[in-house]
Design a binder for this molecule. Structure first.
Ligand code: CUA
Length: 307
């Protein structure tokens, strides 16, 4: 309800001339922008043709993890680097607060990108090309992608997604030949991904293979963000020399000590808030669902990091 009621009969009074003029201008502007939206698809880079499928965050995370394992050629600051085959499906996962994996693509070759989010809405802004769209959890955004220029491209998140939003930057390296990798500090990347380690009933995994798989999980599941492997303290205890160590912890407000063994590692992964190492009370580790096999692999990796 407005403070004053309008004058009697206001509805029937004629619209004045200048008001009409502004209405016509606004209408023309609306139509021009509508036409431009369609033209932008043809002449611009903002509305690329894409297909979107319904997916779930767990399903997509699983697909992208399997994909990274198949194509992993190295690591870049804790982010796995992949080198996909041309014309293959490439998975890019946005999560708080990174784009994973980083990738090496070949100029003028096509790739089928699948893009989705693990948690909330993120933005995909390819720089310096300035190609933009939104990434929604639960949707697999499929895009045919053919890089036409070589160089290092950044994927910047342009949708505010929380405290680490500004650090959420992905990387795409486009090369013509292997020597170009040197330009981007990627000369130590393998040229071909390692053969996949697969378990079969008659041949259990060796300790060494368990450690390799554990190291991959360490990167894939994002443990790397808070736990170092060289003894330096990030947001959480380092994994170096952790296995077998006695830690001071707090459980339900009470102080006690615990020896880091298989059972304690498993509990810390599945119920991280139950026993908190003293000194790290303010770090909230998210529960990280993992299978028993994966937990065994992570444990093998932690065990291998001796002092
Ligand atoms: Cu993701 Cu901002």
């Amino acid at each position: 309800m407005s403070l004053l009621s309008p004058k009697e009969g206001w509805y029937d009074t004629k619209v004045s001339k200048d008001e009409k003029m502004w209405m016509v201008i606004a209408l023309i502007l609306c139509l021009a922008m509508f036409v431009w939206m369609i033209l932008w698809h043809v002449y611009g880079k903002q509305n690329p043709s894409s297909i979107t499928y319904r997916t779930t965050t767990t399903e997509f995370a699983k697909l992208s993890e399997a994909y990274i394992k198949r194509n992993l050629v190295g690591m870049d600051n804790g982010v796995p680097v992949v080198r996909p085959e041309p014309n293959s499906d490439v998975f890019l996962l946005a999560e708080m607060w990174r784009f994973s994996p980083a990738m090496i693509l070949i100029k003028d070759q096509s790739y089928n990108f699948h893009i989705s989010s693990k948690d909330l809405v993120h933005g995909f802004s390819l720089q310096p090309v300035n190609m933009n769209f939104q990434i929604y959890p639960g949707y697999d955004y499929v895009l045919k992608f053919t890089p036409t220029e070589t160089g290092e491209f950044k994927i910047v998140c342009n949708e505010f997604c929380g405290i680490g939003h500004h650090t959420m930057i992905g990387k795409i390296i486009v090369i013509e030949k292997d020597e170009d990798l040197k330009l981007y500090g990627y000369e130590n990347m393998k040229t071909k991904p390692d053969p996949i380690i697969e378990e079969s009933d008659d041949k259990p995994l060796s300790e060494e293979q368990m450690v390799t798989l554990g190291e991959q999980l360490y990167a894939l599941k994002g443990c790397i963000g808070c736990h170092s492997t060289d003894g330096s303290v990030l947001l959480a205890p380092s994994w170096k020399g952790l296995y077998g160590k006695t830690e001071d912890i707090k459980e339900g407000g009470k102080k006690s000590t615990v020896t880091v063994d298989d059972a304690y590692i498993k509990e810390s992964i599945l119920e991280p808030q139950k026993k908190i190492t003293i000194g790290f009370e303010s770090t909230m580790m998210p529960p990280t669902p993992m299978s028993d096999k994966e937990i065994a692999q992570i444990t093998a990796f932690i065990k291998s990091l001796k002092n």
